[in-house]
Design a protein around this ligand. Structure first.
Ligand SMILES: *Cc1c(COP(=O)(O)O)cnc(C)c1O
Length: 380
């Protein structure tokens, strides 16, 4: 919680504008995070994953600091351009794109595309000639708190064929990418994926295709309830793994941090709407907030991300609570399987602060499910 956010929320309350949950993002924290990433991985270019928080102020700040951008759609490309990024600093990193969107990205100047299949290579060869492509490989994301499925990436054995096809179709077979799973608390998870990458580099070199780049993806964690290693520790582990597998011929590298760049920069202020019990002898209290799965806290799905929640009565005796959102959908429960300890003196109407909410909140907020507006957001 920064002093600037505290002051902003006090002013909002004083002016009576506090009639719904809101996210406040402190740009000073984003600036510090960008600096930490650049120092931890000094020879690596940062491509901020726009989907984590596409607020124009966040993108403009990062563009001014020298960041590049990982985008997943034409709309995200346009946001990055509007924030001042030139097209050479934009990667179209989604492996599943409509051909007309690839064409539009190419018209806008984008020349770097992700693929994980031969059919996608063919689309890019048709409408984005001579562009650079990198092939995403499947990667074991175990240990990640927000694991990624098999939706993106191909088996490492398939990557050489995909990249050879790219080269044969006039594209530049540029490199490889992987993602170790979002909120990855283990810095050693990059090692195995980098071993696969080095093997693919060698295999393709034997066939006259010389890859240049490894995209190390995202996965860098932010602090929720548990503490996580500093980004410097990730930088060291990644550098060691790169040296181990590539020797003296280190490839160009890029990272695509999303959560790690903006997660700890945001705080959501929410309000307790109701505290009740389901029966007289219910050991659990039900605490209903004015924010839930559909207006910002989608990452509580399966109770995967456990946000720190601060109350005005922290320090008082606590008891177990189920925490739920305001909508009439019965899946709109944030924490139940593992109840959340909150002060017993917490009252209806109290304001609570949900920390670590700068990433994956506004973008996951529905337009008006049940009439609840999308999450209001301020960037200061
Ligand atoms: C979402 C995404 C990221 C960001 O991941 P984080 O775990 O938030 O750092 C990076 N790269 C790609 C391709 C993504 O889709």
């Amino acid at each position: 919680m920064t002093e600037r956010i505290q002051e902003f929320l006090r002013a909002r309350r004083r002016e009576g504008r506090d009639n719904g949950p809101c996210l406040v993002v402190d740009l000073d924290v984003v600036r510090d995070n960008y600096r930490d990433f650049s120092r931890a991985l000094p020879d690596t270019r940062v491509y901020y994953a726009v989907k984590a928080n596409p607020a124009p102020e966040v993108l403009s700040l990062l563009a001014s600091l020298g960041s590049s951008f990982d985008t997943a759609s034409v709309a995200e490309i346009e946001l990055a351009l509007a924030a001042g990024a030139s097209p050479e600093r934009i990667s179209f990193g989604n492996t599943i794109k409509k051909e007309r969107d690839v064409a539009r990205a190419y018209q806008l100047g984008v020349r770097l595309f992700a693929v994980d299949s031969e059919a996608e290579v063919e689309k890019i060869a048709r409408v984005a000639p001579r562009s650079k492509v990198f092939c995403r490989i499947l990667c074991d994301g175990s240990g990640a708190e927000w694991p990624l499925s098999r939706k993106f990436g191909c088996a490492p054995e398939m990557a050489p064929r995909v990249l050879e096809l790219a080269q044969a179709n006039g594209l530049i077979a540029y490199g490889l990418s992987f993602h170790v799973g979002s909120q990855q608390p283990n810095p050693r998870m990059w090692d195995k994926a980098l071993e696969s990458c080095a093997n693919i580099f060698r295999e393709l070199a034997e066939r006259g295709v010389y890859l240049q780049m490894v995209n190390l993806g995202g996965g860098f964690p932010t602090r929720y309830l548990k503490s996580v290693p500093k980004v410097r520790i990730y930088g060291n582990a990644i550098f060691r793994a790169l040296s181990k597998h590539f020797g003296n011929r280190l490839p160009e590298t890029i990272i695509e941090p999303g959560r790690g760049m903006v997660g700890n920069a945001g705080i959501i202020e929410a309000e307790v709407v109701l505290i009740s019990k389901k029966s007289d002898d219910d050991p659990l209290r039900w605490v209903f907030l004015d924010i839930g799965k559909f207006n910002g806290l989608a990452e509580t799905t399966d109770e995967m991300i456990r946000y720190p929640i601060r109350t005005p009565v922290d320090g008082a005796a606590v008891g177990p609570c189920v925490i739920a959102g305001p909508s009439c959908d019965s899946v709109d429960i944030l924490y139940e399987k593992t109840p959340y300890e909150l002060p017993v003196s917490l009252e209806i109407g109290a304001k609570v602060l949900i920390e670590g909410t700068g990433a994956y909140t506004t973008t996951y907020s529905s337009i008006a499910f049940n009439g609840f507006p999308p999450l209001e957001a301020y960037v200061i």
